[in-house]
Design a protein around this ligand. Structure first.
Ligand code: C5P
Length: 276
């Protein structure tokens, strides 16, 4: 039996850094959604575990135990032959390796593995628990505390200026580690427009340190700001991928075509959020 599991990109619609633990990990308050762009993991039970990587971003992706997919496969309890179709740019603030690890855990469960406990997913990386659910949530703690959130559908353009960003370096460059959280009780958003208006009053605290380290993030944000119909823009995670929100998928598609045309080196995709 072979199973195919989609590993959707994770978008931090907001990302507030509210503190730091003694072990160095940061406390976050982040609204997270998943979109219809992603990698794909294919898994088949086998006599030994092995990974092959295909797709536009396969080059340079390790196939040994330094790949989170292999570490996740190690939790399955039986060997698997795995293929990772890498369509998302690596080290880009939209899940990537964490989404792949979560998809591997889901594939293993569909092949009969015992579901991993939350601690198992967290041991692979702070973003793996949220990627395992792949549903809209408010994420806090270092990424392990997840509260489902019902949110209107969003349509967006994702832009990655093709520069890999080191998450620890961006966290290290944060000027303040104790910033305001989102409101304790989130408002109701009757429609996408009111949601987008509210989102624009929130932040990604990693945006300023990322821009300082990687000027291309500012270039991506500037290009998105000029896109016709862009309603609100922000960086996701620790960057460098940035997104702009649009009224509908048609305007997002048109803006993505235009941005890709004028920035042929960049990774540019239109995307819509997956329902909860
Ligand atoms: O857990 P993961 O390996 O994905 O995290 C990568 C790095 O990002 C950590 O080593 C840490 O430096 C930083 N990080 C953090 N606080 C978080 C998540 C990640 O400081 N909540």
């Amino acid at each position: 039996m072979t199973v195919k599991v989609f590993a959707p990109a994770k978008i931090n619609l907001t990302l507030h850094v509210t503190g730091q633990r003694e072990d160095g990990y940061h406390l976050l308050d982040s609204l997270v959604a998943f979109v219809d762009q992603g990698d794909q993991v294919t898994a088949t039970p086998a006599t030994v575990s092995a990974l092959s990587v295909t797709g536009p971003f396969a080059q340079g992706v390790p196939t040994d135990s330094s790949n989170l997919v292999m570490l996740a496969a190690g939790l399955a309890g039986f060997p698997m032959s795995l293929t990772l179709d890498k369509r998302l740019p690596p080290a880009s603030g939209i899940g990537g390796g964490s989404a792949d690890a979560a998809a591997t855990l889901r594939a293993a469960a569909r092949l009969g593995a015992k579901p991993v406990i939350a601690e198992g997913a967290l041991s692979l990386g702070a973003d793996v628990p949220v990627c395992l659910g792949a549903k809209p949530v408010r994420m806090s703690g270092i990424g392990e505390a997840l509260t489902p959130v019902s949110m209107p559908a969003l349509h967006m353009v994702l832009v990655n200026p093709r520069v890999e960003v080191s998450t620890p370096e961006v966290f290290k460059s944060l000027e303040s580690k104790t910033n305001a959280a989102m409101p304790e009780v989130l408002p109701d958003w009757p429609d996408s427009l009111s949601f987008i208006d509210w989102l624009s009053t929130q932040r990604n605290d990693l945006e300023a340190p990322a821009v300082k380290r990687v000027p291309e993030v500012a270039a991506a944000l500037a290009a998105l700001a000029l896109a016709p119909g862009a309603q609100m823009l922000r960086m996701s995670g620790s960057g460098a991928t940035c997104f702009a929100l649009f009224e509908n998928r048609y305007t997002a598609d048109a803006a993505a075509l235009q941005l890709a045309d004028s920035n042929p080196w960049w990774w540019v995709k239109s995307a819509s959020t997956l329902p909860g």
